[in-house]
Structure formats: structure tokens, C-alpha cells
Design a protein around this ligand. Structure first.
Ligand code: ATP
Ligand code: MG
Length: 240
């Protein structure tokens, strides 16, 4: 079976600097796959390259077998690839409810009320704060909103860049539980970037390790969790 997402020998540059140096990654439908690696490894660049900004200079990105390498970002979004980017990027002056409206795709407006209720059930905190402006939410609440907004697009592939960044362990646990639940009950496919390697590897079916713009290791989430090299580099000294 063709993978939902195939990244093949992708190279991405910022000017003359090569941030991705030949990356191969696959995500199957229904999988949670994570990408771990140190600061500056190129994780966010890969997420953004999948969304078409910046575009890959060489290599290929296929979604459902279709070549999206040169597609503009808005067309990629229309294929139902949704991203919760690093740093959340919610709309700070809009309310929680309006942010969710922005996430819904025009094709899915008939599901809007149903989907908003689903998000409120998943993140009850957002329901309590639906009239509050995004910019005044706490960090954890903003993260929930960013994920919920991405989910409003009814994505076939959800890209999450550091959903745990700067959040207290209990909030991280809640967010990861929500992702697991969506994956188990609805078969949501997730590709996530994390520095919190421990939690991410526990959650994921499979994982990739990125070093200096290249994938250096891959395997089952629990397999990598037990791998001595991964433990030394990303678990023992790093954030848990
Ligand atoms: N807009 C940009 N212009 C120039 N260089 C960039 C730009 N964005 C990222 N880079 C560089 O590309 C490399 C990869 O950055 P990237 O943000 O993908 O790393 P990352 O793995 O997501 O790191 P972190 O864990 O710190 O978020 C870094 O050396 C970074 O300085
Ligand atoms: Mg990053």
C-alpha cells in the first residue's frame, strides 16, 4: 500500500544554507509518527517543506501518491494537510470561537457546529473560554487552540510542531492523550515534531531521529525509547 505521505530525498535550502540534506520519511494512514532531534536539526524545516513553504529544492513529496512538491501552500492545505506550527500562531485578537472558525475549511461548513462541539469535548477548557481572545489565553490553552484549529479542517494528516513546548507536564499529558484518543477512535494520522522525546516516543507507532538535516535512525517508538544511543542523546541529558 502506498504511504499517505512520502518524503523522498528532499533537500531544502535557506539561501545557500542546506537545512535538509536528503530526507526520506514515510507516514502510513492511521499512524502516529514522530521526529526527534536537537535544536537546529531541521525538524521544523521538514514540517514547513511538507506544507510548501519553503519548497524543497530537490527530491519529492507525495501525498496520497500525488506529487505536492511544487504546490503552493494553500493548495496543499486544501488536500487536508493541517499544521499546528511551532510557536502556535493562533490569531491573538480573535476569540477562541473565531479562531476555530478560521480553521474550518469551506468545504466542511455543514459540519461546523458538530466539529466545534467535538473540539470543546476534547478540550473543555476551550469551551469555558470560547469568547476570550486568543492572545490572552495561557500557553497551554493556546496550544490546545492551535491543535483544535488544525483539527477543524478535518485533516487527513495532522502536522504538529512541538505541541509540548513550554507547557507543564500535566498539560502535555492531556494534549498527548487527546492525540492518542483521536488516533484510536478516528484513525487520525499524525506526524509530530518533538523535543520531549520521552513522551513523543511513548505515544508514537514509529519515529525518526534527525541530525544536521538528515535522518540518522528510525524504528518503532518503543524500540527507539529502548535504544542506548537515543537514550544517551535525547533522553538522559535532555528534557523529559
Ligand atoms: N528562515 C530561515 N532562514 C535561514 N535559516 C533558517 C531559517 N529557518 C531555519 N533556519 C536554519 O535551518 C536550520 C534548521 O532549523 P529548524 O528550525 O528546521 O530546526 P529545528 O530542528 O526545528 O530546531 P528547534 O528544535 O530549535 O525548533 C537551523 O540551522 C536554522 O538556523
Ligand atoms: Mg523547530
Amino acid at each position: 500500500m502506498t504511504a499517505l505521505l512520502q518524503v523522498k530525498a528532499v533537500e531544502t535550502y535557506y539561501g545557500n544554507i542546506r537545512a535538509l540534506a536528503g530526507v526520506d520519511v514515510e507516514v502510513q494512514k492511521g499512524e502516529i509518527v514522530c521526529l526527534i532531534g536537537a535544536n537546529g536539526a531541521g525538524k521544523s524545516t521538514l514540517m514547513m517543506t511538507i506544507c510548501g513553504s519553503p519548497q524543497a529544492r530537490t527530491g519529492q513529496i507525495l501525498f496520497e501518491g500525488r506529487d505536492i512538491t511544487r504546490m503552493p501552500t494553500h493548495e496543499i492545505a486544501r488536500l487536508r494537510i493541517a499544521q499546528s506550527p511551532e510557536g502556535r500562531r493562533i490569531f491573538p485578537r480573535m476569540t477562541v470561537y473565531e479562531n476555530l472558525q478560521m480553521g474550518a475549511s469551506l468545504d466542511n461548513l455543514k459540519y461546523f457546529n458538530e466539529d466545534v462541539e467535538k473540539m470543546f469535548a476534547l478540550f473543555p477548557r476551550l469551551k469555558e473560554r470560547q469568547s476570550q481572545r486568543g492572545g490572552t489565553l495561557s500557553g497551554g490553552e493556546q496550544q490546545m487552540l492551535s491543535i483544535a484549529r488544525a483539527l477543524m479542517a478535518r485533516p487527513k494528516l495532522l502536522l504538529l510542531d512541538e505541541p509540548s513546548l513550554g507547557l507543564a507536564p500535566l498539560i502535555v499529558k492531556g494534549i498527548f492523550e487527546a492525540i492518542r484518543k483521536l488516533n484510536e477512535t478516528e484513525g487520525l494520522t499524525v506526524f509530530l515534531v518533538e523535543q520531549n522525546a520521552f513522551a513523543a516516543l511513548k505515544l508514537s507507532h514509529r519515529a525518526y531521529v534527525m541530525v544536521n538535516g538528515q535522518v540518522t535512525m528510525s524504528g518503532g517508538g518503543r524500540e527507539l525509547l529502548a535504544n542506548p544511543e537515543v537514550r544517551a542523546a535525547y533522553l538522559e541529558g535532555g528534557r523529559h
